[in-house]
Write a protein that binds this ligand. Structure first.
Ligand SMILES: Nc1ncnc2c1ncn2[C@@H]1O[C@H](COP(=O)(O)OP(=O)(O)O)[C@@H](O)[C@H]1O
Ligand SMILES: [Mg+2]
Length: 219
């Protein structure tokens, strides 16, 4: 199945590398170090993948227990921004947070919502070329708070807009090697928002950037 293939890829890479280290006692230190780094990178990737798969299966089984609290979106935005600001700086992408301080709070699971906003930020960063920008904004109306993550990136063609929420789906699966990830972020995120009784949707066109939108009930 798709899942077992995904799980085996980093493992086979680690096995090949370890076998090589074992087969030859005369590998020069620089090469040894490089091979060990490959192994360590793959261990990290495997760990992330297993955690993502476990999260997703819990969500799919309807077993995500939300720790609901009354929380401000501003706090979530700031926490997520802290997590990704270095990457944004390095890639020369400007980030704008447009979340009013006096926005009504929402009833939500803080930790899970940070996972969602992190995923959307990470994607926006991955799929936006250097020099671009990302705007995280939130606004309020009578029935809730709407959160928007808008980027000036590569966009998504119309035919693929629904598919990107499927597990393991990536528009360009060869980007996996370049940018990491394995197509689970949006499945997890949409599952989390669904557990909150809402939905995530996307507005995008190829070459025109993307906006991910979800709405939460007021606390
Ligand atoms: N902001 C975005 N701009 C363009 N494409 C996106 C964006 N966010 C997601 N996608 C597309 O949706 C796919 C699935 O996203 P996700 O589930 O987060 O997986 P991953 O980030 O591991 O590839 C991505 O591989 C990409 O093709
Ligand atoms: Mg992702």
């Amino acid at each position: 199945s798709l899942v077992s293939h995904e799980l085996k890829t980093p493992l086979s890479s680690m096995k090949i590398s370890a076998e090589y280290l074992e087969s030859d006692a005369n590998i020069v230190p620089a090469d040894r170090k490089e091979i060990l780094q490959i192994i360590l990178r793959n261990i990290d990737r495997q760990t992330r993948l297993i955690n993502d798969i476990l999260d997703l299966s819990k969500i799919e089984a309807g077993k995500t227990e939300l720790k609901l609290d009354i929380i401000g979106i501003r706090k979530i935005a700031d926490a997520s921004f802290e997590n990704i600001k270095q990457v944004a700086l390095k890639k020369d992408i400007s980030i704008i947070i447009d979340v009013p301080d006096d926005l009504s709070p929402v009833m939500a699971d803080m930790e899970k919502l940070i996972i969602v906003v992190n995923n959307l930020f990470e994607n926006a960063l991955k799929f936006t070329p250097a020099g671009g920008s990302i705007i995280l904004s939130a606004k309020e109306d009578a029935d809730g708070i709407e959160v928007n993550m808008k980027d000036t990136g590569i966009g998504i063609e119309k035919e693929k807009l629904e598919k990107i929420f499927d597990k393991f789906y990536q528009v360009d699966s060869s980007s996996r090697r370049k940018t990491g990830g394995c197509g689970l972020g949006l499945s997890i995120s949409s599952g989390i928002i669904r557990a909150h009784g809402s939905v995530i949707h996307v507005e995008s066109a190829l070459g025109k950037g993307s906006t991910f939108i979800f709405k939460l009930k007021k606390g």
